[in-house]
Ligand binder design. Structure first.
Ligand SMILES: CC(C)[C@H](C(=O)O)[C@@H](O)C(=O)O
Ligand code: SF4
Length: 412
């Protein structure tokens, strides 16, 4: 019997042909840690007796979660990371460079068919370029830093084929929210998902990243997006599934009828169609994160806000996913449009996504957000409510001061 993409990638990184359910010892192509997990990882590495990482070219550190440092304690942790990176000759991205996942993608640190581990749950984002990338704990990552290897149980695979055409104002975010709602937050636990079909083939890299990024919200180990229709600035050999590969499930979805999808408080699988929840008042709007902080996302917001002013009772906060995203949005006039509409720009980084700093909501406030998680307290206040959706949804809500269908705000 043939192999799925993940079985092939794991086989290529180990000495045996891998099948779902096997335990494989694999060589890792790249490891990554952030300012939330990096200091713990470095300590664990030293506690294991680590002196020199197995390959300093295969490790990346990023200061993005609380960046610039909001207090002395975090400033000390940032310094610890800088010192370690210096001693070991490891590439470190510092304050303002951007979110770890965006930097790894922007700078082509990951390529199709590679196997990457990150001490961050959204490492699965790199499935957008057909890599098997997944999140691990700090101690596991420290082990890889010593040896360049880890063990992995080969996941089973679900195949999702997406056909039809997305309606105006309906995006990759709506699609993945719909799937998270359908599966539930544990619906694909420890499984890989292969995404194929004409909808994927027409998607930009930015949109493919949205899909791969949120598979963790269904508990999946990896989301592997078909590379058809994707142009990359380098040559590569795509890893393809065999025609007789075994899938635990194959799902066909026609996306043509899908309306804007929103995750309502307090879980990313608590999905409603926009028409069910229109008119809820909001006080804060956030566009950013490794899910939706890219150029395409800022463009979608600018399309809605150009020449207009946001509602006077709303704070619209934008954190570009990377410095490059910010610079591109600056040079094409997008920053100007959004700033004139009343948006406040934060440095490139995670920003308010995880509630560490910058934009913690007040009591009883409702937030429209382009991020990926809306658990109670996620943005730093348990007495606030987060509504997750696309950047077009967030911009429309910021404009009207309440949840509204982005379709009505789009001129195209
Ligand atoms: C803080 C960090 C450990 C966490 C993660 O692993 O995902 C964060 O990035 C998140 O999005 O919740
Ligand atoms: S942007 Fe949010 S989800 Fe993404 S890595 Fe940062 S904290 Fe995690």
């Amino acid at each position: 019997m043939g192999q799925t993409i993940i079985e092939k990638i794991i086989s290529n990184h180990s000495s045996k042909k891998a099948r779902a359910g096997d335990i494989a010892i694999v060589d890792v192509d790249l490891v990554m840690a952030t300012d939330t997990t990096g200091p713990l990882t470095i300590k664990a590495f030293e506690n294991m007796g680590g002196k020199k990482v197995w390959d300093s070219d295969k490790m990346i550190l990023v200061i993005d979660h609380a960046s610039p440092a909001p207090n002395e304690g975090i400033a000390v942790l940032h310094d610890l990371m800088r010192e370690f990176a210096n001693e070991q000759g490891i590439k470190l991205y510092d304050v303002g460079d951007g979110i770890c996942h965006q930097l790894i993608m922007d700078n082509h640190h990951v390529k199709p068919g590679q196997l990457v581990l990150g001490a961050d749950s959204h490492t699965c984002t790199y499935g957008a370029v057909g890599a098997f990338a997944t999140g691990v704990g700090s101690t596991d990552l420290a082990g890889v830093m010593l040896t360049g290897k880890t063990w992995i149980k080969v996941p089973e695979t679900i195949k999702i084929n997406l056909t039809g055409k997305l309606q105006k104002g309906v995006t990759a975010k709506d699609l993945i929210l719909h799937l998270v709602g359908r599966f539930g937050i544990q619906g694909a636990t420890y499984q890989a998902i292969e995404f194929t079909g004409e909808v994927i083939e027409k998607m930009s890299l930015d949109s493919r990243m949205v899909i791969a990024n949120m598979v963790i919200e269904m508990g999946a180990k990896a989301g592997l997006v078909d590379l058809k229709g994707l142009e990359l600035p380098y040559k590569y050999d795509p890893v393809k599934a065999d025609p007789d590969a075994h899938y635990v499930k194959t799902i066909e979805i026609d996306v043509s009828q899908l309306e804007t999808q929103i995750a309502v408080p307090h879980s990313p699988d608590n999905i409603k169609g926009i028409s069910e929840i229109e008119d809820i008042t909001i006080q804060q709007a956030f566009i950013g994160s490794c899910t939706n902080g890219r150029l395409e996302d800022l463009h979608a917001a600018a399309d809605i806000l150009e020449g207009k002013k946001i509602h006077p009772n709303v704070r619209l906060i934008i954190a570009p996913a990377s410095r490059k995203v910010f610079q591109d949005a600056l040079s094409d006039g997008t920053v100007e449009v959004l700033s004139a509409a009343g948006a406040t720009f934060l440095p490139a980084g995670c920003g308010p996504c995880v509630g560490t700093h910058q934009g913690i909501p007040g009591n009883n406030e409702n937030i429209a957000s382009s991020t990926n998680r809306n658990f109670q307290g996620r943005m730093g206040n348990r007495n606030s409510n987060i509504y997750l959706g696309s950047p077009a949804f967030v911009a429309s809500a910021a404009l009207k001061g309440k949840i509204t269908n982005p379709k009505r705000r789009l001129s195209i």
